[in-house]
Design a protein around this ligand. Sequence first.
Ligand code: COA
Ligand code: AMP
Length: 630
Amino acid sequence: MTYADVYASWQSDPEAFWMQHAQAIDWDTPPSRALNSDNAPLYEWFTDARVNTCYNAVDRHVVAGHGDRTAIIYDSPVTDTKRDITYAELRDDVAALAGALRDKGITKGDRVIIYMPMVPEALTAMLACARLGAIHSVVFGGFAANELAVRIDDATPKAIIAGSCGIEPGRIVAYKPLLDGAIELSTHKPDFTVVLQRDQQPCDLIEGRDFDWQEITQAAPSADCVPVEGNHPAYILYTSGTTGQPKGVIRPTAGHLVALNWTMKNIYNVDPGDVFWAASDVGWVVGHSYICYAPLIAGNTTIVFEGKPVGTPDAGTFWRVCEEHKVRCFFTAPTAFRAVKRVDPKGELIKDYDLSALENIYLAGERADPDTIEWMQHHLKKPIIDHWWQTETGYTIAGNPVGIELLPIKLGSPTVPMPGYDVQILGDEGHPVADGELGAIAIKLPLPPGTLPTLWNAEERFKKSYLNTFPGYYETGDAGYKDDDGYLYIMARTDDVINVAGHRLSTGGMEEVLAGHPDVAECAVIGVSDELKGQLPLGFLCLNAGTDREATDIVKECVQRVRDTIGPVAAFKLAVVIDRLPKTRSGKILRGTMVSIADGKDYKMPATIDDPAILDEIKVSLKTLGYAGG
Ligand code: COA
Ligand code: AMP
């Protein structure tokens, strides 16, 4: 079968296509039908099935006689630790933690926040929730207490599972003060927390509220898998939108299992037992889908890597891990390869390792720039596969289905839509535009199984954010075009979201933080191009009349404020004080024009600009930071 055959078979009968692939899942009650359109334009899949995610990711492999197979390889250059965990051991660990959680009152439908570094216990925690039908929400360790608090108030968790610390090169990040700070800040209070004490920095526990992971897992009887309805939320993952209030993307249980399992052979071309490595973090969607769930559902070995592409200890780390663990499929963000390329431009370190087991390398999370892909192609001599997806979908919208057939690679394109996705490029009026023309990228409803059915506690926001602009379509928030061969090109966001080192961030959220500074009257944050991280946030600050403090002090305080409120991951380090913001006569800030100026690109003077002279002032300020050709 070719890609065209498979796509056509999905198109001719989407429900039959997904019902067929649903057979690869172990159901407690199999679905009688695939799609549920009762509440259109909100759709659900496999609603009447009953199933457990943890059973499919862990127990069923043990039952099938693969208990001795390695489920997780923990490779942590920052702590100098390596550990293999078999499927049988993983089942026991997960069942023990699930038992402890159940003992403390966690049942199906309860929310549990997980705030952990890249240790295998992060996966154990996710799977323990899944075992009980509890809904986890993992929060990335690079977020500060306030971001954690916002998520606590939205998800209202009964429990929080945390590590005592994370390890960043050169520093230990104590999680406990962040956890305590978040619980202090939030209106909702969890009943209890579970803390994994790490040797690198254990923490004090609050009597009666905080429980030691080791102690409680030893004390309670282990728990069995609890079957849940097909549309039961497996997890909530918060992602950036246009405001500081993140969106709680819901992942539905049954569709998640069916779709992720399908991707492992068809997109990543791996078979059960193969080693699959996604170098990301469990706090992001890539970590949910491809460090934890998909490789385990498909019976692969997954790698939990606690380190960075460079500096832990060098830019050969990726290749060392690939050689040592015989990785067949490797997946990370382009920014990680840009970091490697910068340190090892001639690819000298690659030559030190035997990469014969490695077949394909996948990129996602941000636009894969042709320079980086060419560098990788040249030095690795393997297919470098870009694929495009979002937190909302949880897996590939457009990619190269290597397990079906490797389609010709075109630089700058993540290739073609996957079965399940009817991707259209729409003009302002909502009609498809001609090939080669730029437009908003939209997906015809219904979205396939596993994608978000709605937002947690925010159905109206879901409709407003994704469904209302183009009735009958899901609005991706990305702009781009299709070429004559149907290849997609993802060029930019249509909203305020920026992508910094593969991390999705809201400039609106940063503006809210800056606006809270007592001397700031008005502000704007834009994403400027950066060779390593793709984009970097840059803030423009207009001060209150009469402020006579040094601008440099205010900038410093603003940078610290974003770090303290959103977290170091925002990478907000650039800001300038200016007199006024460039606006249209109706008062809209001309962010796009500011981005063009900062990137040194040609721009058209907006016809509606209030005062064109401001743009010259902006240019001068940006030059002081080395932007706008400075
Ligand atoms: N906990 C605490 N702090 C964290 C963190 C975590 N889990 N992850 C990142 N940070 C901190 C970093 O230490 C850094 O702090 P600093 O300002 O004190 O230096 C800050 O957040 C910014 O992090 P990052 O943008 O990741 O920059 P970096 O310089 O540390 O590393 C790369 C740059 C490219 C090497 C790194 O971003 C990377 O490996 N990216 C891989 C891509 C990826 O995982 N993408 C996810 C989606 S696929
Ligand atoms: P996230 O939800 O964090 O995965 O971010 C999703 C966004 O990242 C998308 O909407 C795109 O803007 C961008 N993105 C992800 N993958 C790609 C890709 N392969 N090419 C271009 N942009 C991408």
